[in-house]
Design a protein. Structure first.
Length: 442
């Protein structure tokens, strides 16, 4: 039976109760005690990992994950130590488990910070063999990652390591450009609130910079300067499925399905194609493809080397203008602060043709976003205070009547106005149109 990686929900602090906080602190401490007692993993010490890798000439396996919740504990127990498929492969790596991003080298560890589980496969000189860890939904992770897929990524990294001198040049582009700041706590949003290391003696949870906070800080870096969010920041790490390319999570990068009339279909991809190289980079996982797509621009043409029916051939993946905007932001933890800024804390969902008709709208109305939730506290309660109600259907936002998804509205709203400006909104409630307004918030 196929066993998939259990990708835990991001462990965002919820301040529910003192008891819950204490329980989480206890979990962290027990986790560290267990890991250090086993001696199998280097715990939260990357430099020690690099030193050991230099001494042993082995590649590195770095796992970045959130401070443990129940799902993370399950992941560690079932995946990281006990799985018979992975254990022989892991034995060939220097293994580092990183539980926070405090002090993390952002020139090296560039990845989708909305992930709660990410793996880097590295050479001792910090060259990246590959990344692993993909997510495109709140909870449906089985279509993106699996134990089998991770095992094949690790095997691929070992093969690259064995012939490193001949492949090193092809790996150079796996490392990104110079970051805005060297490490997360240097971002203005986080500076002064966090240090370069977590407080291991007390308040471990409160002193930890979570992965999603790095993404939040990246966006804040632009917005606090009054700059619009670049598309590469707004639509980070596009999933290949927005190209119509559905990949098999049990393989490294094998096409499972190609959506008709999609970008992938027009580029010539077929089910069963094994992607070997894209844009000159050898592929170990879906995450490797996402990295390349993250760095790609509109109208780029990416050369793909594939294996089809045992033969190698080349295809060209042609990316049209605005292709990244087909991706979905709504599942991401980072959509939460954007909802505060743009929607006053409202959460939206798309309506079906039947629901639009029942509400008195055309079945194919280009914009009919229903409010399914409203925040209750602080700036997340602004929409509620302004008179919006759950069940309201937004048909016009700032004069825009074609924002079909919550993602489209957030992407428009975050760049269209500066904090303090007012946006007019039309909603349908009980068959009647109402004119309301929202402030663009910090």
């Amino acid at each position: 039976m196929l066993r998939n990686v259990c990708v835990c929900v991001l462990c965002v602090l919820t301040f529910g109760s003192v008891l819950q906080a204490q329980t989480r602190e206890e979990k962290v401490r027990r986790d560290r005690e267990k890991v250090e007692a086993s001696g199998y993993w280097i715990y939260n010490d990357l430099e020690r990992g690099f030193q050991q890798a230099r001494e042993t000439k082995r590649p590195m396996l770095v796992v970045l994950r959130c401070i443990p919740c129940e799902e993370c504990v399950k992941l560690d127990e079932e995946l990281m130590e006990k799985d018979p498929q992975l254990k022989p492969l892991m034995d060939q790596f220097v293994r580092v488990r990183q539980i926070s991003t405090n002090g993390l080298d952002l020139s090296l560890f560039q990845y989708d910070y909305d992930q709660s589980f990410a793996v880097f496969l590295l050479n001792t000189d910090r060259t990246i063999y590959g990344r692993f860890g993909t997510r495109s939904h709140h909870t449906l992770w089985s279509e993106d990652v699996s134990i089998e897929g991770l095992a094949k990524a690790m095997q691929g990294a070992l093969e690259l390591h064995a012939k490193y001198d001949s492949v090193k040049d092809s790996l150079a582009a796996k490392q990104g450009p110079r970051p805005d700041v060297p490490s997360p706590e240097k971002y203005p949003l986080l500076e002064g609130r966090y240090r370069s290391q977590i407080n291991e003696k007390k308040e471990v949870v409160k002193s930890c910079i979570h992965c999603h906070q790095v993404g939040d800080a990246q966006r804040d870096f632009y917005l606090r300067q009054g700059k619009p969010l670049p598309e590469r920041i707004l639509f980070q790490y596009p999933h290949p499925k927005i190209l119509g390319l559905i990949l098999d999570p049990t393989e490294k990068a094998t096409v499972k399905e190609v959506k008709p009339a999609s970008i992938a279909a027009k580029s010539g991809f077929q089910p069963g194609d094994e992607l070997l190289v894209l844009a000159g980079q050898p592929l170990l996982s879906i995450a490797d493809i996402q990295w390349i797509l993250h760095r790609a621009e509109s109208q780029d043409k990416l050369t793909a080397q594939i294996k089809r029916n045992g033969k190698t051939q080349q295809l060209t993946l042609s990316l049209p203008s605005g292709w990244k905007r087909a991706d979905d932001l709504s599942w991401r933890v980072s959509s939460w602060p954007m909802r505060r800024m743009v929607l006053g804390g409202a959460i939206l969902e798309e309506t079906t043709p039947e629901e639009r008709t029942a509400a008195g709208l055309p079945a194919e109305a280009p914009m009919a976003l229903r409010i399914r939730g409203l925040g209750k506290y602080g700036l997340h309660a602004t929409a509620r205070r302004r008179g919006f109600q759950e069940g309201d259907i937004i048909t016009d936002f700032d004069g825009q009547t074609n924002l079909a998804r919550e993602t489209d509205l957030l992407a428009y709203g975050v760049n269209a106005h500066q904090p303090g400006e007012t946006v007019n909104v039309t909603v349908l409630r009980g068959g009647k149109q109402l004119k309301l307004s929202l402030p663009r918030q910090e």
